[in-house]
Design a protein around this ligand. Structure first.
Ligand code: ZN
Length: 283
């Protein structure tokens, strides 16, 4: 069933678990992620970045995810990840996304508030939840440049003020993670998660989670994270399965054949992550 992220994340917050948000790149990703959710009876969020949306368009991805959601026996939400402006966020809502992120984290504090508030004003009457971001999740985000050397932590007092003034329904925070592939083991600063949780009452979101050890993620969930994003490692999983098949069967010309082990790799990975997040049997 197709749902918004609102109830899903509030349920997770109340139940002290997190819902996985998995970036989907194609029909194969969509089918593989939903399969994992159904097998584990877990709620699930499928999301696309503007970079992925440019590859096809919002309508294609919305339609694909909507069909998957309507046929699924578990709650499925379709989320715009890293919405890069007011227009894109509104287009996503029109296309049928049931949740959007507006990412003003590269702007000043005041500009981020103004941008986020402009989106929540449109989304609220439509019943569409809005994720915002405050602070810096480092690394290479979508198809943008790599970010390095900035203070990665979100300030708890700023977070409280930000949520009050913008009306955002969930908040992505900087706690030491980064997007893309890690060159050394990342460290989630748990004290920052706890400090923000104690002053902010909306669900908190963790970005840049591919490559973060599961025990650190589980601890962050116990400290108040309710949505956890995975993108890079799904791509890696798919390509591992696909390329592995092609290496063994180089003459293959039917894409369905290498797609199958690619999808199986994604489903296996998503099940491991859902289990770690505690969302199994929460559908
Ligand atoms: Zn992100």
């Amino acid at each position: 069933m197709l749902v918004t992220t609102k109830e899903m994340l509030l349920d997770a917050q109340a139940g002290h678990y997190a819902v996985g948000a998995f970036n989907v790149e194609s029909l194969e990703f969509v089918m593989a992620v939903v399969k994992a959710a159904e097998e584990l009876r877990s709620p699930v969020i499928m999301q696309t970045t503007p970079g992925t949306v440019k590859y096809a368009n919002l309508d294609y991805f919305a339609a694909m995810c909507r069909v998957a959601a309507e046929q699924a026996s578990v709650p499925v939400a379709i989320h715009l990840d890293h919405g890069d402006g007011f227009d894109r966020a509104v287009q996503a809502m029109k296309a049928g996304y049931t949740s959007v992120m507006i990412d003003g984290s590269h702007d000043t504090f005041e500009d981020n508030i103004a941008l986020t508030a402009s989106v929540t004003k449109v989304a609220k009457p439509l019943g569409i939840p809005v994720e915002a971001e405050l602070g810096k999740v480092g690394g290479k985000e979508d198809d943008g440049p790599a970010v390095k050397g900035e203070n990665p932590y979100t300030d708890p007092d700023e977070a409280r003020e930000f949520v009050e003034r913008t009306g955002c329904t969930s908040l992505a925070i900087g706690v030491g993670t980064a997007h893309g592939v890690y060159t050394e083991t990342p460290h989630i600063e748990q004290s920052v998660v706890k400090a923000i949780r104690s002053v902010v009452d909306v669900p908190l979101v963790l970005h840049g989670t591919s490559g973060v050890p599961d025990d650190q993620v589980a601890e962050a969930v116990s400290n108040g994270i309710c949505k956890v994003n995975y993108a890079t490692e799904l791509r890696q999983a798919f390509m591992r399965g696909f390329m592995g098949y092609m290496a063994e069967n180089p003459g293959t010309f039917d894409p369905k054949k290498p797609n199958k082990p690619g999808m199986a790799e994604i489903t296996d990975l998503v099940k491991v992550r859902m289990t770690n997040l505690g969302s199994v049997n929460k559908a």
